[in-house]
Design a protein around this ligand. Sequence first.
Ligand code: ADP
Ligand code: MG
Length: 238
Amino acid sequence: MAYLSLSGIDKVFGQVHVIKGLNLDIQKGEFVVFVGPSGCGKSTLLRLIAGLEQINGGTLKLDGRDITHLPSSKRDLAMVFQSYALYPHMSVFENMSFALKLAKADPSLIKEKVDRAAKILNLTQYLDRTPKELSGGQRQRVAIGRAIVRAPKVFLFDEPLSNLDAALRGQTRIEIAKLHRDLGATTIYVTHDQVEAMTLADRVVVLRDGVIEQVGTPLELYDRPANQFVAQFIGTPQ
Ligand code: ADP
Ligand code: MG
């Protein structure tokens, strides 16, 4: 049985049908990448899964539980956005521990979890700094660290590297791949960058106008694109 299951998902904004009866099963531990041109519905789909948008139809199931109408805070998911959205007046440690503190976790447990996440992300020496004392890549790692300490069932990334310069993007991409190897966490990752998709994904989902054009491993998409759209999207560097 799938770990995360999307059945007949519909989303409408006003007159615009943005996600059209979408079906997708994701296995536990999988790294799934959503790709597709700007405006095809990638972020909307992620926000529906996260519970940040109201769903108009269909069912979402996670780990055997129907989460379709659960509030975001009860879904056990963590989302990392393209803008870091860190608290500017808090230290890295405070930023990373904030959710656990709200949940009234034990301080020694909080420290343990933050220290472990900081180690994975090479942030140990920056825990006392504030976000403005960090580089863009370090800030994005703090944002990822905030997600890690919550130990969510699923990580949701929406173009987490798109605000970074090319060198940092490559480096942070490697960190994300390593993170997935270390934690084995189920991950959904949105990007419009083919290189990111092809290097990170166990499976790639190609979206176009709110519909899935093809789902497959990077190799399957290269070797056997289902149609011209997939072939062009996968094959043409941007
Ligand atoms: P992507 O992330 O693939 O670029 P989005 O999911 O952001 O695409 O957007 C998909 C479509 O939904 C676009 O046509 C966009 O204009 C529309 N859309 C997204 N969010 C809203 C919103 N809050 N209100 C109205 N339309 C929206
Ligand atoms: Mg988007």
